[in-house]
Structure formats: structure tokens, C-alpha cells
Design a protein around this ligand. Structure first.
Ligand code: ZN
Ligand code: ZN
Length: 407
């Protein structure tokens, strides 16, 4: 009965269809969309193509008895099911022989042919690549209406074994509904569905591709690789000639921003020549993502060492375990003698530049080398003890000071 569509034998149709999938958008694709809309729609049918469709495996079809039968009696079958049968139905049914021939026969054929042709033409031009943009198939609701649901063609090419074209319940796909209904009646079997997880991966890949394209239109902060590296002392000197602030180890020029700072010019001005990381990160106000983005655009350099050098040596040797297997090495005589006293209580804290400090102190024992910078690390700049983010008020109240508990 399917012969009534007069779209070629099952074997011929399937061979072309398999070729179309295997060689999409190449000269071996019998309806290659790359050759133009008119050729993909009808040109390939009415003009003899220069090349044969690319080779595909049709052994399964050739073995099928039903396919063989239709191939053998193709001409009588199309004449009967395509023209005689509709004429008979209208003629014997309600006496309209002419109407049966012209409308149910010829007009229907023209409509169904163009609807099918639209899958090769429109469905490869109109709409979006929802799952893969490598080839021309597209998903579009207009094409879906013109082709009984085949307009979700990007899905069909990406997951060809799936009996559906549209995956969402609200998308127009009467062909899928028909096949599904037939399976419920026991008239269709072996319906295949591509794993949902893989379908979602395709959609995700395309979403990411779109996001990346959007990202490329934006200007982002300079990479540390493209910025000069300054020592703390150079930064302090330079900040006397222009407003520079260190935050997150980056040196920022805030000259064009100071007057626009929502928290007031004075707050920014008070941090010039200083490490304001903690203040920026919530010591006073928890800055928004937009503030972080804007700040990054003001980068002019990278601070060597990444943070303000500690003002004092931290407590180390006094509390260091005496066990020789400890990974903490002995300090050099000069610094260990300093460390043995309590620096925190010293009336004259020693300012040590981490940049100029020797990188490694080797001990004579089997202990591992430890970077002295790591041992001497204390948090940068002014450090506030914040019990929880956004709870500075509680901190102030608990510790009964203007700034809360300070290190
Ligand atoms: Zn197909
Ligand atoms: Zn296609």
C-alpha cells in the first residue's frame, strides 16, 4: 500500500536514504544540500545526476522477501495503489470518479512528493543545529509542519536509529505519534530510542558552543603572562606617582575609578600603595561579581610574591618540634635567633622582604628542603577575623571593637 506514494521501490528509496545519511553534504549524497536549495528539493529527481549515490550496504533489504516482491511488481503496484485505488474508493464510494483520480490520486501525489522533498531541502536550510553543527540538517517547526514532523532533522541525522524526530512532548511530530500508536496496537515493533544521556550531551555541546561564541565577543582582563612583575618596593614607589592598589596579587590602577566607587572615593584612596585584598574580599563589604570583573580590567601589573610582605616573622622555631625527622628545618643562625624571641611582642617589628629573602635554606641533616617564603608566610595586609561572611556586625559586637577581632 506504501507503493501508492510513488516514491520509488523500498530498495531504491532506502539505498538513496542511507547514502544521504552516510555522505551528507558531499557529492555522493544524492540530495546534497550543498548543491543548492532547488537541487536538493527537486533538481536531483528531474535532472540526471552526474554521479551515482555513494555506496551503502543493502544486503539486509535484498534478502527480505517482502522487499523483493515489491521490487518485482513495482510498476503494477504503483499504478494500482497510487491511482486506481483512490479513484475506485471515490468512484464506488460516492460516485466521484474524476475527483478520486485528480484529488485523491494526482493532487495528493504532488503534495506528498513536495512534503518529502522539503526534508531534503528546507530541513537542511531552515532552523537551528540543536545537537550538532557539523552538517547542514536543522530543526525547525515550519519544516516540521510541512513534513509531518520530519522538520526536526538535526535530531534525525544525529540519532538516525531513533524512531522519533522530535523529543519534546510539545514539538509537532505526527509521524512519531503514528508509529508509537501502531506499536501499541502491535503493528510496529523494535522501536529504537537513543539514550537520553547522549541526546542531552549533544544539546549541551551546542549550548556551550553558543556560549563560547558569546564569550569571544567580550573583552576580559589581561592574563598575568602579559603584565609586568613588580617587587613590593617598586609597587610602593610607583604608587606615589599614580593611584595603585594591590588586590589578589595584582596591581590595579584605580585612577579612572576612584570617583565612581559606590562606597566613596575615600575608601579607595585610603588603600593606595597597600594590599587591599582583605578589605575587598569582605573585610568591609562583600563585593559583587560585577565588582570583581571591573577590578580585573584595571590590572596593570603583577606583584612579585603575590601579597604584601609580612611585617614581622611569624612564630616558628619556638614552637617547632624538636624531633629531627620533622620537615621543618632549622633556620639560619641569624633568623633563628630572631625567631627564638617572641617577635609579636617586639617593640620594633622587623620588616622582611620575601622577595629578597633566600629561597631555600638547606639543613645538614636528611631533612627536606623547605622554601623559606612558605615558612615565613602570614596572611597579607590587614587581616580581619570574620566569623562568617556577611556577619561582620556580629563579629564587631562579639569582640566589642570597631573592626571586630583583628589578627
Ligand atoms: Zn533520514
Ligand atoms: Zn537529511
Amino acid at each position: 500500500m506504501g507503493s501508492g506514494a510513488i516514491q520509488g521501490s523500498i530498495l531504491w528509496w532506502s539505498r538513496g536514504h542511507r547514502s544521504h545519511h552516510r555522505y551528507t553534504d558531499t557529492d555522493l549524497d544524492p540530495y546534497g544540500a550543498h548543491t543548492g536549495l532547488v537541487w536538493a528539493h527537486i533538481g536531483w529527481m528531474i535532472v540526471k545526476p552526474r554521479r551515482k549515490p555513494g555506496p551503502v550496504d543493502t544486503v539486509d533489504l535484498k534478502k527480505n522477501k517482502f522487499v523483493q516482491f515489491q521490487q518485482k511488481y513495482y510498476v503494477p503496484m504503483i499504478l494500482f495503489w497510487g491511482l486506481v485505488f483512490p479513484t475506485l474508493v471515490a468512484g464506488l464510494g460516492w460516485g466521484d470518479w474524476k475527483g478520486g483520480f485528480f484529488f485523491a490520486g494526482i493532487t495528493r501525489l504532488v503534495m506528498v512528493h513536495h512534503s518529502t522533498f522539503c526534508i531534503n531541502s528546507l530541513a537542511h536550510y531552515l532552523g537551528e543545529a540543536s545537537f550538532d553543527a557539523k552538517h547542514s540538517p536543522r530543526d525547525n517547526i515550519i519544516t516540521a509542519f510541512a513534513t509531518f514532523g520530519e522538520g526536526y532533522h538535526n535530531f534525525h541525522h544525529e540519532f538516525p536509529m531513533d524512531f522519533r524526530n522530535a523529543v519534546k512532548w510539545y514539538q509537532y511530530d505526527p509521524t512519531k505519534w503514528f508509529i508509537w500508536s501502531m506499536s501499541k496496537l502491535g503493528l510496529a515493533s523494535n522501536l529504537k530510542i537513543f539514550p537520553d544521556n547522549e541526546v542531552k550531551k549533544g544539546r549541551l555541546a551546542m549550548t556551550l558552543q553558543k556560549l563560547r561564541a558569546d564569550e569571544e565577543k567580550l573583552v576580559f582582563a589581561k592574563s598575568p603572562k602579559d603584565l609586568p612583575v613588580l617587587s613590593w618596593d617598586d609597587f610602593v614607589t610607583e604608587s606615589k606617582t599614580r593611584p595603585l592598589v594591590v588586590i589578589h596579587g595584582f596591581i590595579h590602577d584605580v585612577s579612572n575609578f576612584m570617583d565612581n566607587h559606590p562606597g566613596g572615593r575615600a575608601l579607595v584612596a585610603s588603600r593606595i600603595g597597600k594590599d587591599a585584598t582583605v578589605a575587598f574580599e569582605g573585610g568591609i563589604y562583600e563585593h559583587s561579581n560585577a565588582a570583581h570583573n571591573m577590578l580585573s580590567m584595571m590590572r596593570v601589573g603583577v606583584l612579585s610574591g603575590g601579597y604584601a610582605p609580612p611585617k614581622v616573622w611569624p612564630m616558628m622555631s619556638a614552637n617547632a618540634p624538636q624531633d629531627t625527622s620533622s620537615s621543618v628545618p632549622e633556620m639560619t643562625s641569624a633568623s633563628s635567633s630572631e625567631s627564638d624571641t617572641s617577635e609579636m611582642d617586639s617593640p620594633h617589628p622587623i620588616r622582611v622582604s620575601t622577595i629578597d629573602a633566600p629561597k631555600f635554606e638547606k639543613s645538614s641533616s636528611e631533612q627536606k628542603d623547605v622554601c623559606i617564603d612558605a615558612l615565613s608566610y602570614i596572611p597579607p595586609g590587614e587581616t580581619y577575623h570574620i566569623e562568617k561572611r556577611r556577619e561582620l556586625g556580629t563579629n564587631i559586637k562579639l569582640n566589642n571593637t570597631k573592626y571586630g577581632k583583628l589578627y
